[in-house]
Design a binder for this molecule. Structure first.
Ligand code: ADP
Length: 344
């Protein structure tokens, strides 16, 4: 049996017609890192609140480490939460914040000190153990909040947008730290985020939610390369996946995929390949198309081009030198093995 088993959880709030969560089922192995992604209102917080016990599901069952917990009080569930808001006690030092829970649970002083020393070293907080939260940076506060969760050694870590209050650099740093501690502790973690980038870079598996319904469960690679529907294809990946009607595909490609003729074609920006028209040595096997470069965004190493093609604009990611391409007509091809087809 799986370590965490969520079976057919639904939640209907009073006075609402639609369910915030519909028949949500998921089995999580011990030590797995799961990211839950979805746009605002997709049911992420509802799921977390049901897991922590702050909300009761309308139906369904949850089992954690062989114990049914569906109706247990939050304090009896042995889960630690890390929020977007750090929720630290402002009048307590870093050390006091981290050890407070252990004190309440009457953990021996020696053990408290050992855990404090270990976790502050692991998370780079040794210099600030005696500092009050107001004198810490955002990244440090989030690390304290993480440290407090870690020393509890809970059965389950729940993280609710823990990086979203941090600037880009700190998001990377704290994200790395979360991953490193996760690997070290093999802590089973559910991480809620609206950011598909965070989910892709941190998780073993991703759950994509929309309107309370699971759209796909898969590894980051699976949800990126094999999205199960148009919503997942568009939600995962930046720049957004290119979409256009089948009738726009070059004839030769249409003939290759006759069974998809009623569908929408999708292709990620890195699977379109451009060549300057003057280029003579290019040996393309797929049919050549012509587009006009209308915009170039350089990201250092790679660029994203906007290509006007028929009456669509396609995004193309390239590592080529694009400095002379603005306004130019270019040849491009589709990597046919990467074409995706979705119902309209
Ligand atoms: P997310 O966290 O993905 O933004 P939520 O779980 O907060 O989504 O919300 C899912 C749906 O449930 C939304 O339609 C929201 O309006 C509704 N909802 C959330 N909490 C409540 C509540 N306490 N009462 C009524 N409706 C709620």
């Amino acid at each position: 049996m799986s370590y965490l088993s969520i079976q057919n959880i639904s939640k209907l709030y009073p006075h609402k017609k639609t369910k915030a969560l519909q028949d949500f089922s998921l089995d999580v192995a011990k030590g797995e890192f799961i990211a839950i992604v979805g746009p605002s209102g997709s049911g992420k917080s509802t799921l977390l609140n049901i897991l922590t016990g702050f909300e009761e599901p309308s139906s369904g069952q949850i089992t954690l480490a062989d114990q049914e917990i569906t109706k247990l009080a939050p304090k009896d569930r042995d889960m630690a939460l890390v929020f977007q808001e750090y929720a630290l006690f402002p009048h307590m030092t870093v050390a006091e914040n981290i050890t407070f829970g252990m004190k309440i649970r009457k953990t021996a002083k020696k053990e408290r000190q050992e855990k404090l020393d270990w976790v502050t070293k692991e998370l780079g907080l040794t210099e600030v153990v005696n500092v009050l939260p107001k004198n810490l940076s955002g990244g440090q506060r989030q690390r304290v909040s993480l440290a407090r969760a870690i020393v509890r050694n809970p059965k389950l870590f729940l993280m609710d947008e823990p990086l979203s209050n941090l600037d880009a650099k700190l998001q990377d740093q704290v994200g790395d730290l979360i991953l490193a501690t996760h690997k070290k502790l093999q802590a089973t973690t559910l991480f809620v985020t609206h950011s598909q980038e965070e989910a892709m870079s941190l998780a073993d598996r991703i759950i994509v939610l929309k309107d309370g319904l699971i759209q796909q469960v898969g590894t980051p690679h699976e949800v990126y390369e094999k999205p199960q529907n148009r919503f997942v294809a568009e939600f995962i990946g930046r720049p957004a996946i290119n979409l256009f009607p089948f009738s726009k595909l070059p004839q030769k490609l249409q003939q290759q995929f006759p069974q998809e003729s009623k569908k929408l074609v999708a292709i990620r920006s890195e699977y379109l390949h451009i060549r300057e028209i003057s280029h003579k040595d290019g040996e393309f096997t797929a049919p050549l198309e012509i587009g006009v470069v209308t915009e170039i965004r350089y990201y250092g190493g790679s660029s994203i081009l906007q290509l006007a093609w028929q009456d669509s604009i396609l995004s193309v990611k390239t590592y080529q030198d694009t400095s002379n391409l603005m306004g130019q007509r270019v040849h491009f091809t589709f990597d046919t093995s990467k074409l995706l087809f979705f119902d309209l």
